[in-house]
Write a protein that binds this ligand. Structure first.
Ligand code: DX5
Ligand code: ZN
Length: 217
């Protein structure tokens, strides 16, 4: 079954409470949390304290996307505040295998993010341990960018790698996903679609979520 992970980055930060309450009433099971450090990516978003506050008001699966240098320094903190999945970019650490073990030793799911320039071969020596692959379909750092069409073929290639591994690994895609392209992304083999600006906009969260599920199921 295909799922949606709304990206909080596109929410109105003045009014998080009402948006989380609205999401809690929809069919959504995941919440995508984009953590940016102003170093790995040229933007700064939010960190563990915000996540800690949100955790008290929702049971959504916290799908945490770290865009930070040296994630190993902060993994324990993100686990402590309630992250359910922690995904990181392998180029942000010297020892990606060690970071995967660190995450999993805390009982949390570990994900590897493939940046737009990252070859999927990086998965070869990580696939045996990970729970999720997150494919970037925009250059990370900002919401509201356009889906890079060449990524569709990459999704199909990664789908094949996952299927051949025989392991239960979620394939997630992030960036520029709208109602108009959601079906072809889902059909290419994506299990979990991230959508920020397409969910938190003026049409209303519940309606947007319902529209997405109609298209991807
Ligand atoms: C980009 C983030 C994405 C982004 C998606 O760095 O990782 O999760 O918020 O936003 P939209 O759906 O607006 O492209
Ligand atoms: Zn993201």
């Amino acid at each position: 079954m295909k799922e949606l992970s709304p990206s909080l980055l596109a929410a109105d930060f003045y009014d998080l409470r009402s948006q989380i309450e609205e999401l809690n009433e929809t069919d959504v099971k995941y919440l995508h949390l984009d953590v940016m450090d102003g170093s790995y990516v040229p933007n700064i978003s939010f960190g563990p304290d915000v996540i800690n506050n949100l955790r008290k008001h929702t049971n959504l699966i916290f799908d945490t996307h770290l865009m930070i240098q040296n994630p190993e320094k902060y993994i324990d903190k993100f686990v402590e505040v309630g992250a359910d999945i922690i995904s990181f970019h392998p180029e942000t650490t010297l020892h990606p295998n060690r970071v995967v073990s660190q995450i999993k030793s805390k009982g949390v799911k570990a994900g590897i993010v493939l940046n737009t320039h990252t070859d999927e071969n990086v998965l070869k020596y990580l696939i045996q341990d990970i729970d999720l692959v997150l494919i970037m379909s925009v250059v990370p750092g900002f919401g509201g960018q356009k889906f890079i069409p060449q990524i569709l073929e990459k999704i199909k290639r990664v789908r094949k790698i996952i299927d051949e591994s025989g392991r239960d690994i979620i394939l997630e895609v992030d960036g520029g996903i709208k109602l108009e392209n959601a079906k072809e992304i889902s059909d290419a083999g994506c299990d979990l679609l991230v959508a920020g600006s397409a969910i938190f906009n003026k049409d209303g969260i519940s309606k947007n979520v319902d529209d997405f599920y109609r298209v991807i199921k």
